[in-house]
Design a protein around this ligand. Structure first.
Ligand code: BG6
Length: 482
């Protein structure tokens, strides 16, 4: 039985939606079993679905079977899932939800510990939260926590408005903004790697590091998500959140303690140290038809639901500078794109060359810089690429890896949502995004949203637009191959 997760009710607002079906229910199922939770309920709340507890349970069961779980083992678990369709609209509707939760807690003898997961379209976040406040759902005799999926705002002004609306009802200690990258084991390991292995700390600065590349490449295209994606694009969808989070974890100072306030404060400081983006150091791209893994794929503009002649970017590359004492002058290159050759999330830290090239005058040939490669997915692990003398004559040097791979040491890694829901139910906000972080990130990128940039086309399956290579070449760098 979990010693850290108290009995609670997990309320999914949008309880019959795609997020609930694909991500939340499988994650809660895993979590309740793995942590052996014994006193909990799920309340799925939705409008417009004519369901009762029984038909909701059948729907949940189907979702879990689709996710690969065993039908037999599910039956008893599903009995803890309840359904509610609010009666009335506006505040009346929220009050009816509050009454349903009260009744459920009494019936199941649960304390008033409540996690509300807003699995709703972002445009209704603000009104939902206001309604919750008006119905008194922001407080209880136990704990009340509220979870927001990304995107949290569309730009700085909308993120600030949303934060204001949410803070009228909940205080920051109750608010859990999800960035699912923070739940990935390999992303959490960035902190362990840096702060539990002090040998790297001596290398982690402008004296030793030459530049850093952060790549999140995807082979998938927009799929069936054009309705959302064509309004968002790669900058909002990936850079403002996932890539920027990775960057802050790499660049942050050592927190005084490993806890939510200290860790998140250090991340905010990084964001606030980044120089305003130089518009010459940003490249936007969009994929055209091409081939991936031997298959023909269509271009972005031909994907279902994408506007004709859409100028929405599916690729972004940029160069940032963290202008603080540790990093000033070290380029941080970020890139992400859809329909690149493969799915890969990688951070490459390239170290400086020796000040005097000892071997250059001999016959060793070119000595390449050392690189630390942190591979976050799919081949999770890391490699330190260092120089080794090849045995024999003539003398030559090879770049060889010192390697660690998760799959050789551990069981398969668990889904990020399981980790994040666990932390939510424990009340640990370290892996959730603070209001200051979300606003600082939007502050950085919002000026780009107002500009018209050239949109560089790249063929699906290629490594992105040429303009992106040229941007690095101006500083004497090249992207690592994808
Ligand atoms: C989501 C984006 O946040 O992250 C998607 O909206 C993207 O467009 C996805 O495909 C990538 O996540 P992962 O975990 O597959 O790297």
């Amino acid at each position: 039985m979990s010693e850290t997760i108290e009995p609670h009710t997990f309320i999914i607002l949008g309880g019959t939606g795609d997020l609930a079906r694909r991500k939340l229910l499988p994650a809660v199922y895993r979590l309740t079993r793995q942590d052996m939770l014994d006193r909990w309920c799920i309340l799925g709340v939705a409008r417009g679905e004519d369901m009762d507890d029984e038909s909701y349970r059948a729907w949940v069961r189907e979702a879990l079977v689709d996710a690969g779980f065993d039908q037999e083992e599910l039956a008893a678990w599903c009995d803890r899932c309840l359904y509610y369709q609010p009666s009335g609209s506006g505040v009346e509707g929220w009050k009816s939800i509050a009454a349903r939760i009260d009744a459920l807690e009494q019936e199941h003898e649960l304390p008033q510990n409540r996690a509300f997961y807003l699995a709703l379209p972002p445009k209704v976040f603000s009104t939902a939260v206001t309604g919750m406040g008006a119905a008194g759902l922001n407080k209880s005799r136990g704990w009340t926590r509220v979870v927001f999926e990304k995107p949290f705002g569309q730009d700085l002004a909308s993120a600030q408005d949303l934060n204001r609306a949410v803070h009228e009802v909940f205080d920051e200690t109750q608010i859990y903004r999800i960035d699912h990258y923070l739940g990935k084991e390999t992303v959490q390991n960035l902190l362990v790697f840096r702060f539990a292995n002090p040998i790297f700390e001596a290398l982690w600065n402008r004296e030793r590091v030459e530049h850093i590349q952060i790549t999140v490449s995807e082979d998938l295209g927009v799929g069936t998500r054009a309705g959302y994606y064509d309004q968002s694009g790669a900058l909002r969808d990936m850079v403002q959140n996932h890539l920027t989070q990775l960057m802050t974890l790499i660049a942050m100072e050592i927190p005084v303690r490993y806890d939510a306030d200290f860790v998140r404060n250090e991340k905010v400081k990084v964001l606030r140290s980044i120089r305003p983006l130089d518009l010459d150091n940003v490249v936007f791209g969009q994929y055209t038809a091409g081939r991936i893994g031997g298959e023909e794929v269509r271009g972005y503009q031909d994907a279902p639901g994408v506007a004709d002649n859409s100028i929405n970017p599916t690729y972004v590359a940029l160069k940032l500078e963290v202008a603080n004492w540790r990093w000033a002058g070290v380029p941080f290159y970020l890139r992400t794109g859809k329909r690149l050759p493969r799915r890969q999330t990688e951070i490459a830290v390239t170290f400086r060359q020796p000040p005097v090239p000892l071997f250059a005058n001999m016959r060793f040939g070119n000595v390449e810089p050392d690189v630390l490669l942190l591979t976050l997915q799919p081949d999770e692990g890391f490699s330190l690429l260092i120089d080794v003398k090849r045995p024999g004559q003539p003398p030559s040097i090879d770049k060889l890896p010192l390697t660690f791979q998760y799959d050789q040491a551990y069981e398969p890694l668990q889904d990020a949502y399981v980790t994040l829901l666990h932390d939510l139910l424990e009340g640990d906000q370290t892996l959730f995004v603070h209001a200051h972080e979300v606003e600082a990130a939007w502050e950085l990128y919002t000026p780009l949203l107002a500009q018209r940039f050239p949109l560089h086309k790249y063929a699906a399956g290629s490594e992105g637009p040429l303009a992106s290579d040229k941007m690095l070449a101006r500083s004497g760098h090249v992207w690592r191959p994808i």
